[in-house]
Design a protein. Structure first.
Length: 526
C-alpha cells in the first residue's frame, strides 16, 4: 500500500533536516523507477528515514535498478557525483567500482550481509581516478512481503588512516636504511681461515665487553636467541648458496637476561671457482623500532576490533529499530486496516449501505489517521527538533497521556532561556523519556507518571517516576528468555555513551523512578 505525503511545506515528509532531506522532498522521483513519493511503499519510506537520520555516511539502494538515496555525510563521499547521484542507479553513478560491488550486491539480494575492512576502491569522485579505502557493511532491506527489496550500506572512509600507517612504516624503513652505514656494528668474516674481525660496537651489541672473547661465528651464534638460531643459520645459507644479499632480523639474549632485536645485512664474496671466501656485514640494534612497531600493530588491532564492535552494534540497533517499527505498524495500523477491510467487504454488495455501517467505517478511518500521526510522531518528533527538549518532551507526554489514559505531568527548569542543548543530548534524553513511559504503559499499571528535567549549571538532571506496581531490581538483572529487561539496558547505554550516570529505583508495590545525570560542556549549562 502506497503512503500519502504532503509536499507543500517544510514539514513535509521526510521529517528530517539537512540538505539531503530537502533534496529528497523536491526531487523529481516520478522520472525514476521509484515513482512519485506518494506511491512509495512503507518499507522504502522507513529505510529512507533511517538513512537521513544516520550519523555515518549511509545510502540505501532500492529495487533491482539499485536507485540511490543517501544522507548528508555520504554526500561528502560523492564529490562531483553529487547532486546527480540522487535517484541515479548506482551502476551508472559508480561504474569504476561495479566489478567490486556487483558480486557483493548479488549476495545481498540472496539475504546475506557482507562487511569489509579497509577495502581498496579506485573511485572517480574528484574528476580523476583515485585510490580510497573504506570499511563498509552491506545488509538487505526487506519489503512488506518479506522479500529483499533494497540494500543498506554504512560506510566509513579510512583512507587517511591507511595512508598514515603506510607512511609511518615507510618512514621507519627509510630511517633503517639511512643509518645502515652509521651507528652500526661491523664483523669481517674470512671463510677460508674462519678469522673474524668485530668492531667495538659489535661487541656491545652482542652483550660482550670489548676484547672479552675471540671473535668467531660460534661466539656470535651463542648470543642469538635459541628460538631464532635455526632461522638465522638458514638465512645465512640461503644467501651464501643463492649469491644474494644477506638480510635478516633476529633476537639476541644478553647475560643480564635482556632481549635485543638486531637487524643484520651483509654480502658474500666468491673466488674464481664460485666458492664463498669472505662475508662483510653490518648490524644495527632495532629494539626500539620493533617495540614501536608492535605497539602500532597492537593499537591498529584494538581500533579494528573497536570498529568491528561498533559496526556490529550499529547493525543490532538497526535490526532492533526495524523490528520495533514493524511491530508498531502491525499492532497499530494493521489492526485498523483489517477492520476497515472487513467493513468495506460487508458494504460492497449492499444496495443501500446502512448508516451505522458507514459511521463505523468513518470512525475507523479517523482512528487510522490518528494512529498514523502517533507512529510518525514516535519515529520523528518534530516538536523536539523545532522547539527544543522541554517543549518536545511536554508534547510527547501530553500525547502519551491521551493515548494511555494515565495522568502525567512535566516539570522543566532552566530550559526556557532559548539556549538549545547539543542535538545528541536532546535526542538521548527524549528517547530515554520515551522508553521509560513505554515501560510504564506496558508493565507498571500506574495511575500517574511524572517527568522532571532540570539544568543545573553544567549538568542536566532528569527523572521519570510512576506510582505503579514496581519490580525487583535483582530479578530484573537476571536473564530471562523472551524478556528484554524493559529496555533498561538501552536507556543506560544512551546516557553512559554521553558520559552520564543512570540509575533505577524500584521495589514491588512501590512504583519506579528512572534517574539520570548528563554533563554539559562550557556554554551548554547556563
Amino acid at each position: 500500500m502506497a503512503t500519502q505525503y504532503s509536499l507543500d511545506n517544510e514539514q513535509a515528509w521526510p521529517f528530517a533536516k539537512g540538505e539531503m532531506a530537502n533534496l529528497v522532498r523536491t526531487h523529481d522521483w516520478a522520472a525514476t523507477p521509484l515513482g512519485p513519493l506518494a506511491q512509495w511503499p512503507a518499507s522504502l519510506c522507513t529505510a529512507v528515514h533511517i538513512v537521513l537520520a544516520h550519523p555515518f555516511p549511509t545510502i540505501v539502494l532500492w529495487g533491482r535498478e539499485l536507485i540511490q538515496v543517501y544522507n548528508d555525510p555520504y554526500r561528502e563521499l560523492m564529490g562531483v557525483k553529487h547532486p546527480a547521484g540522487l535517484g541515479q542507479p548506482t551502476r551508472e553513478c559508480w561504474p569504476e567500482v561495479w566489478h567490486i560491488n556487483g558480486p557483493i550486491y548479488e549476495r545481498v539480494w540472496k539475504g546475506d550481509s557482507v562487511s569489509m575492512e579497509d577495502a581498496l576502491f579506485p573511485i572517480q569522485r574528484s574528476g580523476m581516478l583515485e585510490d580510497a579505502w573504506f570499511t563498509i557493511s552491506y545488509s538487505p532491506v526487506y519489503d512488506e512481503a518479506g522479500r529483499v527489496a533494497g540494500i543498506f550500506l554504512t560506510i566509513i572512509e579510512t583512507t587517511r588512516r591507511v595512508r598514515a600507517e603506510r607512511a609511518l612504516r615507510e618512514n621507519v624503513e627509510r630511517q633503517r636504511l639511512a643509518v645502515a652505514v652509521g651507528e652500526l656494528a661491523t664483523w669481517d668474516w674470512d671463510l677460508r681461515t674462519q678469522r673474524v674481525i668485530w668492531s667495538d660496537e659489535h661487541y656491545r651489541m652482542e652483550g660482550y665487553t670489548v676484547g672479552e672473547i675471540q671473535p668467531s661465528y660460534e661466539a656470535w651464534m651463542a648470543r642469538v636467541h635459541p628460538d631464532d638460531r635455526a632461522g638465522t643459520e638458514a638465512a645465512l645459507q640461503r644467501s651464501m648458496q643463492g649469491r644474494c644479499s644477506y638480510e635478516h632480523d633476529f633476537r639476541t639474549l644478553h647475560p643480564d637476561g635482556s632481549v635485543h632485536w638486531l637487524s643484520a645485512r651483509g654480502h658474500f664474496f666468491y673466488d674464481a671457482y664460485g666458492q664463498p671466501v669472505r662475508m662483510i656485514g653490518v648490524m644495527r640494534d632495532v629494539t626500539e623500532q620493533r617495540r614501536a612497531h608492535e605497539l602500532l600493530e597492537q593499537r591498529v588491532a584494538e581500533r579494528t576490533y573497536a570498529l568491528r564492535q561498533l559496526l556490529l552494534h550499529m547493525e543490532t540497533l538497526q535490526d532492533d529499530e526495524r523490528r520495533r517499527i514493524a511491530r508498531e505498524l502491525h499492532d497499530g495500523l494493521g489492526q485498523y486496516l483489517s477492520s476497515m477491510a472487513l467493513s468495506v467487504g460487508s458494504l460492497r454488495h449492499a444496495a443501500a449501505p446502512p448508516r451505522d455501517a458507514l459511521d463505523r467505517l468513518h470512525d475507523l478511518m479517523q482512528q487510522l489517521d490518528r494512529e498514523l500521526d502517533r507512529i510518525i510522531f514516535i519515529l520523528r518528533p518534530t516538536a523536539l527538533e523545532d522547539c527544543g527538549l522541554a517543549e518536545g518532551v511536554a508534547a510527547y507526554v501530553q500525547t502519551w497521556s491521551e493515548l494511555t489514559g494515565v495522568d502525567a505531568d512535566v516539570e522543566a527548569r532552566g530550559l526556557d532561556d532559548g539556549q538549545r542543548l547539543p542535538p545528541q543530548v536532546e535526542a538521548a534524553v527524549f528517547r530515554v523519556v520515551q522508553e521509560a513511559l513505554t515501560n510504564v504503559a506496558k508493565y507498571a499499571h500506574a495511575s500517574r507518571a511524572s517527568v522532571s528535567l532540570e539544568r543545573r549549571r553544567r549538568q542536566l538532571v532528569g527523572s521519570v517516576e510512576d506510582d505503579g506496581r514496581g519490580f525487583s531490581l535483582e530479578e530484573a538483572a537476571q536473564p530471562v528468555a523472551g524478556r528484554a529487561k524493559w529496555g533498561l539496558v538501552g536507556m543506560q547505554e544512551r546516557i553512559e555513551a554521553l558520559g552520564g550516570s543512570f540509575a533505577i529505583e524500584s521495589q514491588p508495590g512501590g512504583g519506579t523512578t528512572v534517574l539520570w545525570r548528563l554533563p554539559l560542556g562550557e556554554g551548554e549549562g547556563g
